[in-house]
Write a protein that binds this ligand. Sequence first.
Ligand code: TMO
Length: 315
Amino acid sequence: MQRKLITATAILATAGFMNVASAAVPESDDPIIIVQNNWTSQLVLSNVVGNVLEGMGYTIEYTPSDTQLQFNAIAEGDLHFQVEAWEGSMKTPFENAVAEGMVDAGTHDAVTREEWWYPSYMNDICLGLPDWKALDACAEKFATAETAPKGRFVGPPADWGKHYADRIEALEMNFTAINVGQAATLWAELQAAYDRKEPVVLFNWTPNYIEAVFDGQFVDFPEPEPACFEDPAWGPNPNAVGDCGATHAGWLKKAAWSGLAEQFPAAWGVMQKINFNNEQIAAASSLVDVDGLSPEEAAVKWIEANADVVASWQQ
Ligand code: TMO
């Protein structure tokens, strides 16, 4: 199949109809290494990208990586493409890697937020929510045997680069962050509390399947500005930096190895066009977290449901 294509291409090129380089796909049989992380939409959408590139004839390898360390590996060419780099949890390592030669492969239309989040029934239990001060005044209601008298904040896996213990200290909150080992534990904690209308506040993000299944809201912390992290005088605590929340409208980017353009030009063309919106990402996670598909099965379904989107990447 591949050889035939090249032969036909070569003939047409000789006749002056086509450019050989642009038609001989794949340009290389070396694998394109797609990075996988530990949350659902990323696992599904990395498979979507891999399936599309495999359909073009490329050899794809998937390699799991740490959300903070992956960008250096991409800069060095050990990993090649990351489809979901989130501002709220990856901005610093992303920007550092760009300074080392990693390519910012473009920003998705999706607008993201990563923040403390609670089910809406808590609005009746802690008056004044979603303001963080109202949450803090209500901290004892969130206490567990492990954290009493402080409230428990169910925090994200450690490799997501969050520093909530620092934020809690900077804002002098009566909470303790208890980090989960994996995302599924966040949702299990939420479900268990939700079923009994018990207090719970946990790390969540959008786009995610959660908003379609649970009624809830993000906690409003002071909106971050660069000065929050540089100037102790900024923010509610005049003696601390980091006394603010995460951006309400974060970016979502793609990250790529700089060698892709030369070694796999047609694949690179697709990677540059890939552009997810909030709905498409939430749908990717729902296929797994609600419908129970594997990420691989979900990728096939997602591609079926978004055939026009996938076609637009290849034009
Ligand atoms: C891992 N996350 C989606 C929160 O950035």
